[in-house]
Ligand binder design. Structure first.
Ligand code: SF4
Ligand code: F3S
Length: 295
């Protein structure tokens, strides 16, 4: 708000009395010892948010702290920090996590409410699907390098300078839902992975407890229909790739073959990035069939 001090408090009090507003909350709620670890003007964060939520129409928790507890909730969570929806139970709460939050998504959520008089559709973590409906990994401009087995292995190495995939440097893109690759930050200027740093999963619960530079376990995933084009030897279509265009079930050795075939099939399983793409073994299956052991 433009005002400060007494005028700011008066403006806030008038709004709370009027009611029907969207309450936007930043920061986690500290629950230990009656909330003494987070006080503003002599009131705990718990008391402040409960007071402000009482007459609101809806609540938007902004940033990972307000949504999931964030850094304050990291183990061992000495202040017993929680997200807003752990204490505000009688109002619709929308979580827009991120560290920092992307203001584009905040504005979009508010405009949605003003347009439709309701909060946008969400996932099971109360995050709007328009912003958190897809994995970063599936929209990442480096995804083609992942498919080709081209990984950064050391800060400043050739792969890093060439913009290769950051999976081996701990990128959490394969387990993180956020629209960073599309919306970016700073008026669309850039986002972490494009700047050369792995995604640290800042829109996921408990991301501060994840080991930042350890690769995540890939369970299963569905590749997008197309990948970002890359200019490398590994990306070329090979005889192996052409040979499987009929949809035969089999095992193809070599990332180039896998890359070609994933453009034609729906599902790939057991695609495990290895140090040498030429040594990588990929089991490719059609939708109706299970992976086979034969090589
Ligand atoms: Fe992009 Fe990270 Fe996925 Fe690599 S692992 S394609 S850098 S999101
Ligand atoms: Fe956060 Fe990863 Fe996006 S660290 S800002 S979710 S790229």
């Amino acid at each position: 708000m433009a005002a400060s001090g007494f005028q700011a408090e008066a403006s806030k009090a008038a709004t709370l009395e009027k009611g029907g507003y969207i309450l936007v909350v930043e920061g986690s709620i500290s629950m230990a010892n009656d909330g003494v670890y987070c006080c503003v003007g002599g009131k705990s964060s718990y008391d402040l948010v409960m007071e402000a939520a009482a007459n609101s129409a809806a609540v938007i928790a902004v940033g990972n702290c307000a949504a999931f507890g964030g850094v304050a909730k990291a183990a061992p969570n000495p202040t017993q920090a929680v997200g807003v929806d752990s204490v505000v139970l009688d109002k619709p709460v929308l979580n827009i996590p991120g560290c920092p939050v992307n203001t584009v998504n905040l504005v979009a959520a508010i405009v949605h409410y003003l347009s439709f008089n309701s909060l946008p559709e969400t996932d099971d973590l109360k995050r709007p699907l328009f912003a958190f409906g897809h994995l970063i990994h599936d929209n990442c401009e480096r995804r083609g390098h992942f498919a080709a087995g081209e990984f950064v292995r050391e800060w400043g190495d050739e792969g890093h300078r060439n913009g290769w995939c950051l999976y081996k440097m701990g990128c959490k893109g394969p387990i993180t839902y956020h629209n960073c690759p599309a919306v970016r930050f700073n008026d669309g200027l850039n986002w972490p992975v494009a700047a050369g740093h792995p995604c640290i999963g800042c829109s996921q619960p408990d991301f501060w407890d994840m080991p930042t530079y350890e690769p995540v376990t890939l369970q299963d995933y569905t590749p997008p229909n197309t990948y970002t084009e890359i200019k490398t030897d590994e990306s070329k279509f090979t005889a192996e790739g052409a040979a499987i265009s009929g949809g035969t079930v089999g095992v193809i050795v070599g990332a180039a073959g896998a890359f070609a075939y994933t453009l034609m099939t729906n599902r790939v399983k057991n695609l495990a990035p290895d140090s040498d793409p030429q040594q990588r073994e990929v089991v490719i299956v059609q939708d109706s069939e299970e992976p086979k052991d034969e090589h």
